[in-house]
Design a protein around this ligand. Structure first.
Ligand code: G4P
Length: 532
């Protein structure tokens, strides 16, 4: 790729190398909010954890972090928190707490370079954990696994490792190994140095406790049988080649494992160190044509999230961009790849307006919020000088379907505008057919709470109250025109077109789908579950 004078500087490479951009993902209740606060606490971004922790009013569309920002005055956008740790710049990208918004989470996973998977020790791998592991694997995203709540009784560490290995296909390579059983947690062995990191309870987990590191001799003398068992198990892991291997981790074949009790701040610093030492920095990103855009080429990025109404006093529309290459400078003019139109970024400042360090620039790996960027849709690419388009973001198979109509027929214009806007933002999938017409499209959701968001947004943001009616479908499969024609004769099946042009065939039950496949093996009916 040609380098254009004045665009690429050696600084870009240095800054990109310092970046660690990741998301914490988990099944709800595994401790994601608790860990997020603990991570910030350890990064010295805040001084006391716990003050705003709680689930009251948690909605998923509105980030919990907004409350944290107000209460703490720390650097938070609703999409990402940035802080420095050691010599790295860490971008922790928010994911919604509720499983109904998992499609948002899946999109966030395309904007990060690594994931921290939180597993509740006593529950093991739960439904959402498995889905998220599958998405990371599909996207080739390296995963660091954190076994949380190790202060509670119930789990066997070796059993958990077996479960991860068998069910995710990733080989767990523990970086630490617990001493003492869950519930009588003494601490962990740091398997790289064999030191013992002793677990100390702090009052309510409210302060950072410096981990106490003890030598093997001291640990053996003081912990007795628990230490012997732990070292034997750790040796067993080494015999099974379950030691960290950087290349295999980056290739998504292994997952380093840490044991933690986020609520007590135990193991949290080790997570940050692991990110800095092992997680990938911002690197050349694959574009839609299969090439790679080097981080030190001209500025480029893509929108992974669009959010409206973040500022209650005026209805704004923020497009969150992951910077992929070059330097972002506030005020720069970029090109919107989808339309070829220039796009001014002068309003990037508003997002960070309340923040004390105004984000005048950003580097590969960083997240930038562009305010009033209504032309930008989820998945859109923007660039300076050298054109690039990044691959479209994954869309997932909807499992809930409702017909939507305007409650007031005189508000048809507002209705249409609102539905289109929510479609652009990726709030819901909008499916249409000639038969149903434009006044009654079908909404497809991965989780039913998405419909509530649509209802609320349509009424309050667009002044177009809606009526919805559930449709008896549960499954969607991708199909093509020829198959759609044949399926059109089956009154139990409906074919609709999603706004990205994909034809979806909707089925009421798995049984119905099986019968159709059996009777018409020639039809194209592809699984959408892993996103496309
Ligand atoms: P989420 O965002 O993943 O949904 O989980 P969240 O952090 O809200 O944590 C879920 C519950 O698990 C919380 O308890 C939290 O205190 C608890 N928890 C988190 N980490 C640990 C841990 O390491 N050990 C133990 N024992 N508990 C942990 P809650 O009762 O639901 O809420 P709260 O009253 O504590 O706020």
């Amino acid at each position: 790729m040609t380098q254009l004078a004045g665009v690429s500087t050696p600084e870009v490479l240095t800054e990109a190398r310092r970046r660690r951009t990741f998301a914490v993902i988990s099944h709800p209740d595994a401790g994601k909010s608790t860990l997020t606060e603990a991570l910030l606490l350890h990064a010295r971004a805040i001084t006391t954890a716990g003050a705003t922790h709680g689930k009251a009013g948690r909605r998923g569309t509105v980030s919990d972090w907004m409350a944290m920002e107000q209460a703490r005055g720390i650097s938070v956008t609703s999409a990402a928190i940035q802080f420095e740790y050691r010599d790295a710049v860490i971008n922790l990208v928010d994911t919604p707490g509720h499983a109904d918004f998992s499609e948002d989470t899946f999109r966030v996973l395309s904007a990060v370079d690594a994931a921290v998977m939180l597993v509740d020790a006593s529950k093991g791998l739960e439904v959402q954990t498995m889905k998220l592991f599958a998405v990371c694997k599909q996207r080739g995203l390296p995963v660091i696994t954190v076994i949380n709540k190790w202060d509670r009784p119930g789990a066997e560490a070796l059993d958990l490792m077996d479960e991860i290995r068998e069910r995710t296909g990733l080989l767990p390579t523990p970086l630490t190994w617990p001493v003492g059983v869950a519930g009588d947690f003494r601490g962990v062995i740091d398997r790289s140095s064999n030191e013992f990191i002793r677990f100390h309870r702090t009052a309510g987990g409210a302060k950072t406790a410096e981990p106490e590191r003890l030598s093997v001799a001291v640990a053996a003398a003081e912990e007795g049988a628990a230490w012997v068992t732990a070292t034997e198990e750790s040796e067993l892991l080494a015999e099974e080649s379950q030691d960290h291997d950087e290349a295999r981790f980056l290739a998504n074949e292994t997952t380093p494992v840490l044991f933690a009790a986020a609520v007590l701040n135990f193991g949290v610093q080790h997570i940050l160190d692991t990110l800095v030492d092992f997680a990938p920095a911002a690197e050349a990103r694959e574009d839609a044509s299969g090439g790679h855009r080097p981080v030190d080429s001209a500025f480029s990025g893509f929108v992974f999230k669009v959010q409206s109404g973040m500022n209650a006093s005026h209805r704004d529309h923020v497009a969150f961009v992951r910077v992929c290459s070059g330097q972002f400078r506030r005020g720069m003019i970029v090109t919107h790849a989808a339309s070829g139109r220039p796009f001014a970024t002068k309003y990037a400042q508003h997002l960070f307006g309340r923040e004390r360090e105004v984000a005048d620039e950003a580097w590969p790996g960083d997240i930038v919020g562009l305010v009033n960027a209504s032309a930008l849709r989820v998945g859109d690419s923007i660039f300076e000088l050298e054109p690039v388009e990044y691959p479209p973001l994954p869309m997932f198979a909807p499992e809930h379907f409702r017909v939507v109509r305007s409650a007031d027929s005189s508000k048809h214009k507002q209705f249409r505008r609102g539905i289109d806007q929510l479609d652009h933002e990726g709030v819901i999938q909008v499916l249409r057919s000639e038969l149903r017409g434009d006044q009654a499209p079908v909404l497809g959701a991965v989780g039913p709470m998405q419909f509530e968001v649509v209802e609320e947004r349509m009424t309050h943001d667009f002044g177009a109250a809606i009526r919805t009616e559930a449709l008896p479908y549960q499954l969607a499969r991708r199909t093509d025109r020829a198959s759609a024609e044949i399926l059109g004769h089956d009154r139990q099946v409906e074919v609709l077109m999603r706004s990205d042009g994909t034809l979806l065939a909707l089925f009421s039950t798995p049984w119905r789908l099986r019968n159709t496949v059996r009777d018409h093996p020639e039809l194209m009916l592809e699984d959408l579950a892993t996103g496309s």
